[in-house]
Design a protein around this ligand. Structure first.
Ligand code: BES
Ligand code: ZN
Length: 455
């Protein structure tokens, strides 16, 4: 391994240049104007896989954005790892809040700034470079390797979900390795063993048939914004519990062992609040912050639309108002069931003076991955070697809905080797990724392939 490790260390600058090139492609999956960039990015990834020494590299067309696949199956008798990542990124708006243009990667200190730097280009390039390092040093990867990099993660992974169902043989593996999550703290090697699920809803309230003068009509009819605000205000009680009937029915209780593990992480509420510039944290009563983030479900309004929001003042009583609401779910909550309960509840608290429409947008199941598997232990050992510290096990508040599908369809554990930081501003202006984590990530990946070959 020494040669591989030295090769990785001495090529760090080249890797950063390659990452920059990757980041210059504006592969925003949700915006149709970027369709050509999606094709370009898929080609770029395929090129990187080929350069890394993989064979059978192919770009697979789908209904939306292409998938990129590559493999090297030259280690008979050894385990197979499927490495998953996504080349699509989130939109950049509000663009005016970026210090540097989002697709002109800029290095400031130890950080590289660009849309996709963390989520997920920086984190998936890590694995391509680690596999490459074995070939470049005249060796071969110690295990069989398959890569699958998709272009629809940020929009629900629909095409991949279909592909997975029909291509179980092609994707068969002993573990799925994914870096699309976070380190517990900078410099602390981390394996995530849980992701929350998601149930995303839209609620539209309609009052009078048209916008009205708020003087001529105010006081006579319901105002949809006021009514929507009342509905939103009813979702939580004074203890921060969600009021939707049966919402918690399937929530698994935290085991003693897990409670202990979370406690041992010694999370600082004070530092967390300080970093976010809030005077006080808030959430469900009787749960610690990490418990509220990782093992408890939530409901949040993500956006609210209605009425006059332009410059100055306009007196108007709007006809419509709507809100986008997400619920983060935990085992064993089911997004379909939750969506139904949500709709029933919203309808039951809506006054007759307005009409309501509830739409389920998308969802994903939560997942918890057992810590006992050999792959998991190999990953913990590998990250610990790379970072020179003991690996911690954490869960995540975010979601990657395809992970459950991998676990179920391929019957393999998912190894979430998080390398980002929750403070990297993913999905937000000025997204960045720590270049030290990038380097240690490549090393972690290489050590993982080595450790995984010994299981
Ligand atoms: N990389 C994130 C998942 C993530 C978020 C990990 C926060 C760690 C911390 C992923 O790309 C993502 O954004 N997932 C979406 C899923 C949704 C689009 C179905 C999410 O969590 O909102
Ligand atoms: Zn994302």
């Amino acid at each position: 391994m020494d040669q591989v490790v030295n090769y990785i260390k001495s090529n760090n600058n080249n890797y950063i240049e390659e990452l920059k090139e990757y980041l210059r492609i504006p592969s925003v999956s949700t915006l149709s104007e970027h369709k050509p960039d999606m094709q370009k990015c898929a080609k770029f990834v395929a090129g990187k896989l080929r350069d890394a020494g993989l064979s059978k590299v192919k770009i697979i067309k789908t209904e939306k954005h292409p998938l990129v696949y590559g493999e090297w199956m030259g280690a008979p008798g050894k385990p197979t790892v499927l490495i998953y990542g996504h080349y699509d990124v989130q939109p950049v708006d509000p663009i005016e809040l970026w210090t540097n243009p989002p697709f002109e990667p800029t290095i400031v200190g130890e950080e590289i700034y660009a849309r996709g730097a963390n989520d997920n280009k920086g984190q998936n390039l890590v694995h391509i470079k680690s596999v490459e390092a074995f070939f470049k040093t005249g060796k071969k990867p110690p295990v069989n390797v398959k890569f699958l990099i998709e272009g629809e993660e940020e929009v629900g992974s629909e095409s991949l979900e279909k592909f997975l169902k029909t291509e179980k043989k092609l994707l068969a593996c002993d573990a799925v390795l994914i870096s699309d999550t976070s380190l517990y703290k900078k410099g602390v090697p981390t394996i995530n063993y849980g992701l929350r699920g998601l149930c995303y809803m839209e609620v539209e309230v309609t009052g009078p048939n048209r916008d009205l003068h708020s003087g001529s009509f105010g006081g006579s009819v319901a105002n949809p914004i006021n009514e929507l605000a009342k509905i939103i205000a009813k979702f939580h009680d004074k203890n921060g519990k969600i009021t939707i009937p049966n919402f918690y029915a399937d929530v698994k209780k935290l085991t003693k062992k897990e409670k202990e593990n979370i406690k041992n992480l010694k999370f600082s509420d004070k530092a967390f609040a300080k970093e976010l510039k809030v005077k006080e944290l808030q959430g469900e009563k009787n749960y610690s912050t990490l418990e509220r983030l990782w093992v408890r479900p939530t409901l949040d309004c993500n956006g609210i639309i209605g009425g006059f929001t332009g410059e100055g003042a306009k007196t108007v009583l709007p006809s419509k108002a709507s809100a986008k609401i997400s619920m983060r779910l935990v085992p064993d909550q089911d997004p379909k069931k939750i969506a139904k309960e949500f709709e029933k509840y919203v309808k039951s608290i809506t006054p007759k003076s307005v009409a309501i429409k509830v739409t389920a947008m998308h969802g994903g199941l939560p997942v918890v991955i057992p810590l006992e598997s050999k792959a998991m232990q190999a990953a913990a050992k590998a990250t610990s070697k790379a970072f020179g510290k003991k690996t911690v096990f954490t869960r995540e508040g975010g979601s990657i809905p395809i992970v459950v599908e991998f676990v179920k369809q391929l019957n393999a554990p998912a190894i979430l080797m998080g390398l980002g930081l929750d403070t990297d501003d993913i999905h937000s202006p000025n997204e960045h990724f720590n270049l030290k984590s990038f380097e240690l990530g490549i090393l972690s990946s290489a050590y993982f392939l080595d450790e995984f070959s010994k299981i």
